[in-house]
Design a protein around this ligand. Structure first.
Ligand code: ATP
Ligand code: FE
Length: 323
C-alpha cells in the first residue's frame, strides 16, 4: 500500500491507496482560517499544515498496519513552497524512519491521475481546471501528458473565486457562486467567453473585468437584487469557455475520450455539460476533484521511487514544471 501526503495549498491531506488503486482512506482537513481574508495566506497555511499533518496522517493510517506500507508519496510541487515543505519534510521523516522508498509527485499529474482511480485508462484528453491552473492535456500513458492549451491569464477556479468576491460571496468562491447560480437565470446577462482566442488556449481575465463593470454599472442595490442571475450568467460563461476548448480538442481526436480534474471539475454545470458530449467521459467524484492525497497516491503508482536515503535532500518547487 501507498501512504500519500498532499499539502500544496490550504488543505492538509493524507491517503492510503493500494497498488491496484483501491482507496483505503482519503482524509482532507480544510483550513477555515483563510475565509476571513478572502484568500489563502501562505504563511498561515504552512503553520496550519504543521499542526494538522500528523493527526491527518494518523487518521489516514487508522486500521492500516505500518508493515503494509511499502511506499510513501508526497506532492513536490507546484504550490505554495512553505506549505509543500511541510508535506515533503513529513514524508521524508516517515519514510526514512522505516527505510521506505519515497515517490515525489507533481500536483497537476495528481489531478490527471484522479481519473485512473475510477478505472479510466489512457489515452484520453484531460481538462484540468483548478484554483491555480487551467489546461487541456493529451494523456497517452500513466506518467505524464502533453499540454495542448492553457490559460493565458487567470485560472478557471480563480475566475470563480474572483467573481464570487465581486458578488460578496466569500471564499472559496467556486462552490458558493455555483450554489447561488442554481437559482438564477443564466441568460440574464451575456459575459464574454473569449471565443476569439484561437486554438486551445483559455483566457478568463476579460470575463472577470466584464463582471466588475457590470456590478459597477448596476450599483449595490441592483447587484444584490440580481445576484443569482449574475452568478448564473457568470458561471455559464466560465463553463462555456472551458467546453468550447474541450470540444475543439476532441474534434482533433480519432477516438475522442474525455476526463476532467481539478477543483472546478466539482462544478455541477461543467459535469453535466461534459457528460452530455456524446463521447466516453470520466468525471471523478467531487472528493477526487478538489485537492486530496488519493490522487497523489494514484500518480505515485507510476513514478520511479527514490530509495532511502537518496530522497533526504529532496526539495519542493513552487511553479509549474513538466510532469
Ligand atoms: P492548483 O491545483 O492549480 O494548484 P488548487 O489546488 O488550489 O490549485 P483545487 O483544490 O484543485 O485548486 O481547486 C480549487 C478551486 O476549485 C477553487 O478555485 C474553487 O473555487 C474551485 N471550485 C471548487 N468547487 C467548485 C465548484 N463546485 N464550482 C466551481 N468551482 C469550484
Ligand atoms: Fe489542486
Amino acid at each position: 500500500m501507498i501512504l500519500a501526503i498532499e499539502t500544496s495549498c490550504d488543505d492538509t491531506c493524507a491517503a492510503v491507496v493500494t497498488r491496484t488503486g483501491e482507496i483505503r482512506s482519503n482524509v482532507v482537513s480544510s483550513q477555515g482560517v483563510h475565509s476571513r481574508f478572502g484568500g489563502v495566506v501562505p504563511e498561515w497555511a504552512s503553520r496550519h499544515h504543521l499542526e494538522l499533518v500528523n493527526p491527518v496522517v494518523d487518521q489516514a493510517m487508522e486500521g492500516v498496519d505500518w508493515e503494509e506500507i511499502e511506499l510513501v508519496a508526497v506532492t513536490q510541487g507546484p504550490g505554495l513552497v512553505g506549505a509543500l515543505l511541510v508535506g515533503v519534510a513529513t514524508a521524508k521523516g516517515l519514510a526514512a524512519a522505516r527505510r521506505l522508498p519515497l515517490a515525489a509527485v507533481n500536483h497537476l499529474q495528481g489531478h490527471v491521475a484522479a481519473n485512473f482511480l475510477g478505472g479510466f485508462e489512457p489515452p484520453f484528453v484531460c481538462l484540468v481546471a483548478s484554483g491555480g491552473h487551467t489546461f487541456l492535456a493529451r494523456v497517452e500513458d500513466h506518467v505524464g501528458y502533453e499540454t495542448l492549451g492553457q490559460t493565458l491569464d487567470d485560472a478557471a477556479g480563480e475566475a470563480f473565486d474572483k467573481g464570487a468576491r465581486l458578488l460578496g460571496l466569500g471564499y472559496p468562491g467556486g462552490p458558493a457562486l455555483s450554489k447561488l447560480a442554481a437559482s438564477g437565470d443564466s441568460t440574464a446577462f451575456k459575459f464574454p467567453i473569449a471565443a476569439k482566442v484561437a486554438g486551445l488556449d483559455f483566457s478568463f481575465a476579460g470575463l472577470k473585468t466584464a463582471l466588475l463593470y457590470k456590478v459597477r454599472d448596476l450599483g449595490e442595490a441592483e447587484t444584490e437584487r440580481l445576484k443569482a442571475d449574475l452568478a448564473a450568467s457568470y458561471e455559464h460563461a466560465i463553463v462555456e469557455a472551458l467546453m468550447l476548448r474541450v470540444e475543439r480538442a476532441l474534434e482533433a481526436e480519432h477516438e475522442p475520450r474525455l476526463a476532467i480534474g481539478g477543483g472546478v471539475a466539482a462544478n455541477r454545470l461543467l459535469r453535466e455539460r461534459a457528460q452530455s458530449l456524446g463521447v466516453p467521459v470520466h468525471v471523478p467524484p467531487h472528493a477526487l476533484c478538489t485537492d486530496n492525497a488519493a490522487m497523489i497516491a494514484s500518480a505515485a503508482r507510476h513514478v520511479e521511487p527514490t530509495p532511502y536515503p537518496h530522497y533526504l535532500a529532496l526539495d519542493a518547487y513552487a511553479t509549474k514544471r513538466a510532469a
